[in-house]
Design a protein around this ligand. Structure first.
Ligand code: 2X7
Ligand code: FE2
Length: 301
């Protein structure tokens, strides 16, 4: 692992985490088995897997809305994490035996940089910690071989208690701290914002006998769909400033999961790049809108 020289972020991915995607794939780590489903998103993730194999980053960092911390921003800072992760809402779809190597040096550097910027931060050093399904699904879909070390970053809950802006300002600072830590530790890093876009969903599984019944999967509403398209089009056009400006309204009107801050963190770490992002695929999961989107910083150097 490089520990000196100028590290850099080589790419960032909007990497949504519905557990259905892992369930649809049937990897050996996941106990429940399916007949498939949600292919448009799973095929989109195949492009990501290919890109990661080509790029061979030193580390993948993921910010997950389902590792919720009430006080501050936490980072995984223990060399190995393994165990069983169960989705609390969809335990019949996701019971996954995880094992991951953590880049502790980078995690500690993020912690230190965040604190030096006045953020509350904490190192998560419990080796028995049960990693949340958001972190696992994004990482599995990006790199099912799990042969690249990772850093997990928690979602501080403040946007859900206070004004949206308080949380997003913090996430901008956390992104900057992450960037400095990557540079100082000399890592070639890929970032993952583990976020669904529009987030209203059906309150019952349309077909409980067959959760992967794709004849029942569709957008929750036309207005949610139009919101997703508007946001994705700004990403594709590289209009990052405009994107950031409409996020609060998107959060309010489409209940967008970006409220948890993952996307803001990632775009901030990448310096809010005004470059066209590549859209790899869009699909709904239990009515929510999900997109796999890439910001390629490497080929633009
Ligand atoms: O966490 C999720 C999500 N964000 C979207 C859809 C379905 C399940 O879980
Ligand atoms: Fe989620």
């Amino acid at each position: 692992m490089p520990t000196s020289g100028q590290g850099r972020i080589i790419g960032g991915w909007l990497a949504p985490h519905p557990p259905h995607l892992v369930y649809g794939e049937n990897p050996p780590q996941n106990e429940p088995k399916s007949r498939g489903g949600w292919e448009s998103l799973r095929w989109a993730y195949e492009n990501c897997r290919k890109r990661i194999k080509e790029q061979k980053p030193d580390v993948i960092l993921v910010h997950s809305p389902h590792w919720q911390t009430v006080v501050g921003h936490h980072v995984t800072a223990v060399p190995k994490l393994e165990g069983l992760s169960v989705d609390p809402i969809f335990p019949h779809l996701f019971r996954y035996k995880f094992a991951m190597d953590v880049d502790v040096e980078l995690a500690e550097a993020i912690h230190d940089e965040a604190r030096s910027d006045g953020l509350i931060a904490r190192k998560m050093t419990n080796p028995k910690f049960r990693v949340d399904y958001g972190t696992i699904v994004s990482l599995h879909m990006m790199n099912p071989d799990w042969d690249i070390p990772v850093v997990g970053i928690s979602a501080n809950n403040s946007p859900y208690f206070y004004d949206d802006n308080i949380g997003q300002e913090e996430m901008t600072k956390l992104g900057e701290a992450t960037k400095r830590a990557i540079e100082k530790t000399g890592r070639r890093a890929v970032l993952a914002a583990s976020n669904t876009l529009s987030h209203f969903h059906f309150n019952r599984e349309p077909n409980p006998e067959l959760p992967e019944d794709m004849s029942k999967e569709h957008v929750f509403s036309q207005s949610q769909y139009e919101w997703d398209v508007r946001v994705i089009d700004l990403m594709r056009a590289g209009k990052t400033k405009e994107l950031m400006a409409i996020l609060p309204q998107f959060m309010r009107e489409a209940f967008a999961e970006v409220k948890a801050g993952s996307l803001t963190w990632m775009l901030s770490a990448m310096g809010f790049p005004e470059i066209p992002a590549t859209m790899h695929g869009y699909g709904t999961v239990i009515g929510t809108g999900n997109a796999v989107v890439e910001w390629d910083l490497e080929s633009r150097r």
